[in-house]
Design a protein around this ligand. Structure first.
Ligand SMILES: Nc1ncnc2c1ncn2[C@@H]1O[C@H](COP(=O)(O)OP(=O)(O)OP(=O)(O)O)[C@@H](O)[C@H]1O
Ligand SMILES: [Mg+2]
Length: 336
């Protein structure tokens, strides 16, 4: 189902929690919303679900205006940060809950199919409380999917889980959601998690959406410094000025950027850590290194200017200098 959010606003006293937000979620898409604590993510989800009414604006499911429909009429599946399973039912009964209510004969098939995603041998009598929190959260998702919702809303479902468990679970959740093909909105403040699970992402700040794009677009084409530093971890931010012809000067160094700015203008360059290409024309002294497996994080000195870079470990093993180029496509230019 396609979801349209149009000019939605919600205020709590003096706090504008959601400030003129508009976006569309395509049918079958996993749409991510990311932003710092308090930026309005949960409020927005509640408005889409019908738990809260917006002060103004509209919500459409396909082409139907649902702004005034109650929660029960919207057919929405939820997964929250705190696991909310029925602890008096077994894990399997939890998954089968909605199909059982509907009185469906074929519910075993649906439940078996969902169980296929949860690679664990749950016995018929396993209770939710016997399971790890990660597993409980997978059961929550399976239960939500089994209710065959129009839309799945996930609000920080993996928050508080161990980073290692989280990094594999995020792919399992994505597989489950994609296989069933349900439209989903996934909220978190973890940028790695959102980039792994979402087809497109909206970045929220203080109630507003700053940019919407694929993970790659947000990473390589951020619209401002906020997005550049928010997505994709560390980023070099450097003051420079334009020489025209997409060339920029920082100290004695002249770099080519991803777009042209009028000669003489002050700019800020956002240079991603993966912009540094080995065997280039700039000599870079390695001042610091942190081994991270396939990549090594380096602090480089090029003509007296410091850069943070991430390069393939085997290219920088046991050397104290490297020759690099900086990929112009990975140098984003902002006017100052
Ligand atoms: N029922 C309410 N009454 C008053 N203020 C509220 C209410 N719900 C949310 N707010 C305020 O609205 C703003 C947005 O809150 P919201 O819970 O939507 O943020 P969030 O992005 O989900 O944050 P978090 O990442 O911490 O969950 C905050 O300033 C919050 O204090
Ligand atoms: Mg929240």
């Amino acid at each position: 189902m396609r979801i349209v959010v149009r000019n939605v606003r919600k205020r709590f006293g003096k706090v504008v929690a959601v400030d003129d937000v508009s976006f569309e979620v395509k049918d079958g898409e996993i749409f991510g919303i990311i932003g710092l604590s308090g930026c309005g993510k949960t409020t927005l989800l509640k408005i889409i679900a019908g738990i809260l009414r917006p002060d103004s604006g509209k919500i459409y499911f396909d082409d139907v205006d649902v702004t005034n429909l109650a929660l029960e009429e919207r057919k929405i599946g939820f997964v929250f940060q705190d696991v909310r399973l029925f602890n008096h039912l077994t894990a399997i009964e939890n998954i089968a809950y909605a199909p059982t209510l509907r009185g469906e004969q074929d519910r075993e098939e649906l439940v078996d199919w969902l169980m296929g995603f949860i690679r664990a041998d749950l016995s018929k009598s396993t209770m939710p409380t016997e399971l790890s929190r990660g597993m409980q959260q997978k059961i929550s998702l399976a239960r939500a999917i089994a209710s065959e919702p129009n839309l799945l809303l996930l609000d920080e479902p993996l928050a508080g889980l161990d980073a290692r468990i989280k990094s594999t679970m995020v792919f399992e959740l994505r597989d489950m959601i994609k296989d069933v093909g349900v439209t989903a909105i996934y909220v978190t403040h973890d940028q790695w998690e959102i980039s792994s699970i979402a087809d497109r992402i909206a970045i929220m700040k203080a109630g507003k959406i700053i940019q919407i794009g694929t993970p790659e677009e947000l990473y390589y084409r951020p619209v401002n410094e906020y997005v550049a530093t928010f997505m994709g971890g560390e980023c070099n931010l450097l003051n420079a000025y334009s020489l025209g012809n997409s060339q920029f000067k920082i100290g004695d160094l002249i770099l080519k950027g991803s777009r042209n700015i009028e000669n003489g203008r002050n700019v800020k360059l956002a240079i991603k850590l993966d912009a540094f290409i080995p065997n280039g024309r700039f000599e870079a002294k390695i001042i610091e290194r942190n081994f991270m497996g396939p990549f090594t994080r380096l602090v480089l000195d090029i003509n007296g200017i410091k850069f943070i870079a991430k390069m393939p470990s085997k290219q920088v093993f046991n050397v104290d200098k490297v020759f690099v180029d900086i990929d112009p496509n990975k140098i984003v230019v902002f006017e100052r």
